[in-house]
Design a protein around this ligand. Structure first.
Ligand code: NAD
Length: 271
């Protein structure tokens, strides 16, 4: 897609972090926005931060609810006359060893991180087919190829998102639709603050302290991440790493497919 000017972009998880930054950056590029989130107050803050004159609609959507996602797709087309891009960005994480997590904890992450992306992809696909060019952007993570301990459901769900993206790339090769599989490293957002902590690896840290520590380690801001993702859309990138740490983790994982994550895991569990 060469330009996003006057393109209708549907975006989930727009109330915070990367989603909010994407909304701001897309508005600056002249896109027409259909923003979704479960957090209505946060969504309104995002809208308030957009330049005057931005064409934007907001939608209360829980991406884990299939019916709501399909109703949203229909509403976007009714409101804006069609849709060119879907960005499945909403996500959550949990903390706890697989042995300590119950199935509800596991499903909470999977329903949002994997099924939310699958519903968004399938609900919007028929409408994207009606446009000259369509684009699906599904946010995975470095944890889509590099797992670490205490992050099991997220590791598994992000691997599944990567596999979904790779399958879509093959199946839609000869269509009008491009896919971008996005793999961010650490991005300074509310992801830790919004996570479900079942049993933390560092019990001495409060959630807020853990969030502050994450923000210190994370090397990329949400604004930088949004710019990289939008450039990726404009270049029809199939696989997009976000942040220097993502490139380093990618290289080390390719070089030492099991050994590198084993080493990181040992260090984290020792801590
Ligand atoms: N921050 C990072 O370091 C990082 C790294 C790799 C990948 N990611 C991914 O980037 C995406 C954005 O996360 P972020 O870092 O901006 O986190 P964030 O917590 O700041 O934002 C996530 C947004 O998703 C929304 N959301 C959560 N559950 C939802 C649901 N069921 N339905 C609709 N919206 C829902 C939240 O309300 C929030 O607005 C996620 O998919 C995340 O997994 C983040």
């Amino acid at each position: 897609m060469k330009s996003l000017n006057q393109k209708v972009v549907a975006l989930t998880g727009a109330a915070s972090g990367i989603g909010r930054a994407l909304a701001q950056e897309l508005a600056a590029k002249g896109a027409i926005l259909a923003l979704a989130d479960v957090n209505a107050a946060g969504l309104q803050e995002t809208v308030d931060s957009l330049p005057a004159g931005t064409r934007v609609s907001t939608h209360a959507v829980d991406v884990a609810n299939k019916e709501q996602v399909y109703q949203w797709a229909e509403a976007v087309v009714q409101t804006h006359g069609g849709v060119d891009v879907i960005i499945n960005n909403a996500g959550v994480a949990s903390q706890g060893l697989i042995e300590d997590l119950n199935y509800d904890d596991f499903n909470w992450v999977f329903d949002i991180v994997f099924y939310g992306v699958l519903y968004g992809t399938k609900a919007f696909l028929p409408y994207l087919r009606q446009r000259p060019e369509g684009h699906i952007v599904n946010i995975s993570s470095v944890n889509g190829f590099f797992p670490f301990p205490s992050n099991g459901p997220y590791n598994c769900a992000k691997h599944a998102v990567k596999a979904l993206n790779q399958t879509l790339i093959q199946e839609l090769r000869d269509s009008n639709i491009h896919i971008t599989s996005v793999h961010p490293g650490g991005i300074k957002t509310n992801i830790v603050r919004n996570s479900r902590i079942v049993k933390p690896l560092s019990p001495k840290l409060s959630k807020e302290q853990a969030a502050a520590r994450f923000e210190k380690i994370a090397g990329t801001t949400a604004d930088q991440a949004a710019r990289i993702i939008i450039n990726g859309i404009l270049k029809n990138k199939e696989r997009l790493l976000v942040g220097k740490d993502a490139y380093v983790l990618d290289l080390l994982t390719r070089t030492f497919p099991q050994g590198f994550s084993n080493l990181v895991g040992r260090i984290m569990l020792r801590e």
